[in-house]
Write a protein that binds this ligand. Structure first.
Ligand SMILES: *Cc1c(COP(=O)(O)O)cnc(C)c1O
Length: 374
């Protein structure tokens, strides 16, 4: 606490993250254990090919997969998976990508899954040599849309599991798995931020992609897990397009330690602590006029309890959007979860908050909201 943050030394504002694990705010803050393992890895040499192989085996064992391939992130995982489905282990093709002219290169995805997670998913498909084919409509995609698009040029099917996608009216993962088996086309699942590391493989997906810096709370990293032959092809892509998506030895080691702790975690004390801190915040916020504060469980039913603040914008003479802007402008800059800000709602996510930061958030909100009424 006595030492200045490394970012302050660079002349940057201090950031309080109450929004979740956002790439824009630096992904996850690592535990001391993960950070120390990375520091040890950084100070030594290793045969990288061996490290990749051993790390892949360890990740596969931890998530219950046949095999796994380490990547620099989930976006790289998508590009590498697509490249693997197009080029396989053929070196001449691997070295030719992303030029895939004349090869089966079409990657079919539901239109409602064509999202932007910071970059468009269709662009990372193209980076791997794929040609994205979006089927159906934004809010309606049926098996028939896929059947109409599948042909000789199809390389893979892609399913994106994320809160960013259209959730209603879109073909289910189970149906897409059935289609992929029937047509004998690999199915890739982008599960970048998902907490369950095993269910999509168990359902029958061929390749499943995760980010190491999201649910797993590791460093910037990622992995692909699934079918042994396809994972072998993924690894081979490091002689091609994968080279531009290189991950270092310290990132690999950090991912392994974080993943081990994540898989073997008992997070009930952590959840109880987060719930207690958010209940305290809700109670204190309740004393501020013209706002309503509630403890709300995550909309997807996960064990996340957030403080949800609904502003009476008219009586405050201030919109939730304006409050968010004021919070972000100050130093420290406070970033909240703003999915419903248009409805006058601001949420505080306890997961990325460091101990005591809820007190700073309370004080800043008190200040902003009292200023507005005078
Ligand atoms: C975050 C995210 C990605 C990209 O993950 P990185 O590890 O940052 O490359 C891809 N797909 C989805 C659905 C995401 O949420």
């Amino acid at each position: 606490m006595t030492r200045l943050s490394i970012y302050a030394e660079l002349g940057l504002k201090k950031v309080i993250n109450a929004s979740g694990k956002m790439t824009a705010l630096g992904g996850s803050a690592l535990t001391a254990e993960v950070a120390e393992a990375m520091a040890r890895a950084a100070k030594d040499y290793v045969n990288m090919e061996d490290l990749f192989r051993i790390a892949g085996q360890k990740v596969a064992a931890l998530v219950g997969a046949e095999a796994a391939c380490i990547t620099s992130g989930a976006a790289a995982g998508i590009a590498i998976s697509v490249a693997a489905c197009i080029a396989g282990c053929d070196l001449s093709l691997i070295e030719r990508l992303p030029d895939s002219a004349g090869l089966p290169n079409e990657v079919i995805l539901p239109k409602g899954h064509s999202i932007n997670f910071g970059a468009p998913v269709t662009q990372v498909i193209r980076l791997g040599g794929g040609r994205p084919i979006e089927v159906g409509h934004a809010n309606e995609v049926k098996a028939a849309h896929f059947l109409g698009a599948i042909g000789e040029r199809t390389a893979a099917l892609l399913y994106v599991k994320s809160h960013h996608t259209v959730q209603k009216g879109v073909i289910s993962l189970q149906e897409m798995i059935a289609l992929s088996k029937e047509k004998n086309i690999p199915l890739i699942v982008d599960a970048a931020a998902e907490e369950d590391l095993n269910q999509y493989l168990k359902l029958g997906a061929d390749l499943v992609i995760y980010s190491g810096g999201k649910a797993v709370e590791g460093p910037t990293s990622g992995f692909i897990c699934g079918r042994k032959d396809l994972i072998e092809a993924c690894q081979q892509q490091y002689r091609g397009i994968g080279r531009a998506m290189k991950i270092g030895k310290e990132g690999i080691v950090g991912l392994l330690v974080a993943l081990d702790r994540y898989v073997n975690r008992d997070n009930s004390p952590e959840v109880a602590d987060q719930k207690k801190r958010m209940s305290w915040l809700v109670e204190k916020l309740g004393e501020i006029p013209y706002l309503e504060a509630k403890l709300i469980q995550d909309e997807a039913g996960r064990q996340i309890y957030r403080a949800q603040i609904t502003l009476d914008e008219k009586r405050l003479g201030l919109t939730a959007k304006e409050v968010v802007k004021l919070l972000e402008e100050d130093n420290p800059a406070i970033y909240t979860r703003n999915h419903f800000v248009n409805l006058g709602i601001i949420s505080i996510d306890p997961r990325p908050l460091l101990p005591g930061q809820e007190v700073i958030i309370l004080e800043r909100l008190r200040e902003i909201l009292s200023r507005s009424r005078t």
